[in-house]
Design a protein. Structure first.
Length: 229
């Protein structure tokens, strides 16, 4: 079962850099920064929707604070609410310069929209006004369904596959790009905010560059030591 669970984490499809650019071209200007958060910071869908002006981005420190996600449940908390990220994977990340520029442009052109909702990130439900960075065009937060209706249009226009071509594919692009550019496994784990290094390795093991296996290592070491005696 452990082997099967590891295999199930492996991405079924990962976009190339050209396919990410095609998506950015297909997405309306008001949501391009959302794509950058997925591709450039590895944010999950709910984490992107939960991005809050004045809290999530610290421009002076060049940091991105991933501390909450937006959820929707008609039966709970009156609809929309904020909770902790998946598996408690909150974290503070270095803010990529390209992502910062995209967010700066976004806030300038599409000011945040204040939405009243319940925040349970501290444990106790607190109703407050949340300046969301990425509401729908009418100012309401996105539900999974309303986002999917828009995503299908962008995905098809960009030529992404119908199967496995969701927002999470951007997180896979982020991870595999780090790996193929020689990032250390521990750094990839930290940036993805995985609970363990094992999850990172099981998910992306096929992308880590293989090093040529050296033969006779032990003999070489011992012979060199013998010559120095």
């Amino acid at each position: 079962m452990k082997v099967l669970r590891g295999l199930s984490r492996v991405p079924k499809w990962v976009p190339t850099e050209h396919e990410v650019l095609a998506l950015l071209d297909a997405v309306p200007a008001r949501y391009r920064a959302a794509i950058w958060l997925g591709a450039g910071q590895g944010c999950r869908f709910g984490e992107m929707l939960g991005m809050e002006h004045g809290k999530s981005v610290d421009v002076s420190a060049q940091e991105l604070h991933v501390t909450q996600q937006l959820r929707y449940s008609p039966q709970g908390y009156g609809g929309f609410y904020l909770c902790l990220p998946k598996a408690g994977s909150s974290g503070t990340l270095d803010l990529d310069q390209a992502v910062r520029e995209a967010l700066d442009t976004h806030v300038r052109d599409f000011p945040p929209v204040e939405v009243e909702m319940v925040d349970i990130t501290s444990g106790d439900p607190v109703r407050r006004s949340v300046p969301l960075l990425f509401p729908a065009t009418r100012g309401n937060p996105f539900t999974d369904r309303t986002w999917s209706n828009e995503w299908v249009k962008w995905r098809d226009k960009a030529g992404w596959p119908k199967k496995h071509g969701g927002f999470h594919a951007l997180r896979h692009f982020f991870a595999t790009t780090l790996i193929t550019n020689h990032a250390e496994p521990q750094d990839v784990q930290r940036l993805l905010r995985h609970q363990t290094l094992r999850i990172t390795l099981e998910t992306y093991v096929h992308w880590w560059p293989r090093r040529e296996r050296r033969r006779g290592v032990i003999g070489d070491v011992l012979r060199a030591a013998a010559h120095r005696r």
